[in-house]
Design a protein around this ligand. Sequence first.
Ligand SMILES: Nc1nc2c(c(=O)[nH]1)N[C@H]1C(S)=C(S)[C@@H](COP(=O)(O)OP(=O)(O)OC[C@H]3O[C@@H](n4cnc5c(N)ncnc54)[C@H](O)[C@@H]3O)O[C@H]1N2
Ligand code: MOO
Length: 310
Amino acid sequence: MPAGADTVLMQEDARLDGETLVVPAGLKPGDNRRRAGEDIAVGGPMLPAGRRLAAADIALAAAQGLTALPVRRRVSVALFSTGDEIVEPGTALPPSGIYDANRYLLLALIEALGATVTDLGILGDDADALGDALRRAAAGHDLVITSGGVSTGEADHVRTAVERVGRLDFWRVAIKPGKPVAMGVLAGEDDARAAFVGLPGNPAAAFVTFVRVVRPLLLRLAGATPRQPMVLPVRAGFAHRKRPGRREYLRGSLRPGADGAPEAVVYRLEGAGAITSLTETDGLIEIGDDVTEVKPGDTVGFVSYAEITG
Ligand SMILES: Nc1nc2c(c(=O)[nH]1)N[C@H]1C(S)=C(S)[C@@H](COP(=O)(O)OP(=O)(O)OC[C@H]3O[C@@H](n4cnc5c(N)ncnc54)[C@H](O)[C@@H]3O)O[C@H]1N2
Ligand code: MOO
């Protein structure tokens, strides 16, 4: 800007009356001016440590002429499914078999967080085999994730295996679905240590516990500072009863209500085994720990999947 000038008049708004420039009414001192350094001041902070780099962050760095930024290495995750009944998709399904959905759900969720995944396939319901596999996986990975076999059934050996190989820090959280989630630390070969999370087998329970337990852990391991997901207060367009003392995550969507304001609707199937409860909805409807009944018109929390995946 030429010395002495502090305001810009847009060319198309300017009119010449002979030799005189006519400035239209309404132009204020400082209009159409961008001060040097208003976006980022020299020496000022640009991107805080612990930030997950988004597209605009990279643009901001490039705009300063930078060609590199200091980043943390990717977190390495080992992933298993467990269960004698679990069968690899693409192979024949025996009469009592069920195709492995969780490993593919979790592979995609983990990769969306920027971690690398070692897909270690399916393990049977055998405490010795599980223990060996967990010990091997702990060496060379930051985090080991399993799904299935963490509940109280006779064939649920994951917790036993974890206790043999390392320690179980907690089991069971007051949420539904996902109550049987387990967390611990595994001691691998060569004294290597890895964090462990055992997710419940029901796919919607595996999803909910992934986003509520694994996601913040994985981001912390990656050096990021996770922020609490934004839970939007919205009007319930449904009725629901629940037990007090645990938080519930229903799968649902937002629709315009009769007055046009957004209203949460729940999916037709509430069971944690229904994978369409995830594909046919837009987010989780959070019902508070001590709530026992939701009536249409009550306020519930809504967290969109976009907020908690990736
Ligand atoms: N007596 C009790 N029984 C159960 C309880 C309880 O507290 N007491 N909790 C229930 C809850 S809540 C859940 S969730 C399940 C989870 O238990 P597990 O983690 O041991 O899961 P599984 O029994 O192995 O599997 C449950 C269900 O999910 C299917 N499954 C397992 N893995 C996969 C996979 N990779 N892909 C697709 N589907 C999978 C499995 O076949 C079962 O149908 O325990 C309740 N029981
Ligand atoms: O976690 Mo379970 O039923 O709550 O699916």
